[in-house]
Design a protein around this ligand. Sequence first.
Ligand code: C5P
Length: 231
Amino acid sequence: MHEPRIIVALDFSSAESALRLADQLDPRLCRLKVGKELFTATGPQLVEKLMASGFEIFLDLKFHDIPNTVANACKAATSLGVWMVNVHALGGRRMLNAAREAIEPGSTKLIAVTLLTSMNHEDITDIGLVGESEQIVARLAQLTYDCNLDGVVCSALETALLRQQFGNEFCLVTPGIRLHHDSIDDQKRVTTPMKAIADGANFLVIGRPISQAINPLQKCLEIYNEMGIFL
Ligand code: C5P
């Protein structure tokens, strides 16, 4: 059995909707991502419930605060027993080091987001960052790597370059995934599962193509099929 490469984004506002989708999925085929909206609405109880059904959870709360607070938040995530948690690389070296020290390597995976893909050139300039977004992403990914975090969330466009830059041990988690016939929704740039995996992504974050499919489990299988992975 292969390790599940798909992480299904539970972008919902209620536990009922999230559980309804989880009930149609299989923990052998996918992990689940719980983000700010769902976690704020439902708390750790839902995460525990999903884990009790066998799912591994990526807690996508993008911690960004003073080092001590982030370290304690990371410890709380580890105690909850989630598979993966993330922080903002923009929180800086001391914050990243504190997060790393709080989570024993080999337990909960600790990754960082670099630059949010929603930020355009004007947004970047507004906050005083200098350079093109590619350079800023590369710099923040390097900082994440230097602080011994396990990997980064990266856009499909960055995956190949980051894989080259950091070798095979660094974990790359890539959203913006669509099959050829899927709607791209509000994503600006998308890539296919096969291309993302070929570029070096370890895990694919996929939301609407699966959550809005008539048969979400079948859709997961279709995605693996497109990647050339037969489960
Ligand atoms: O529905 P869709 O597949 O577009 O959902 C993608 C998921 O990945 C959402 O939860 C979104 O917030 C997240 N994400 C993203 N782009 C990033 C980082 C995270 O789409 N750069």
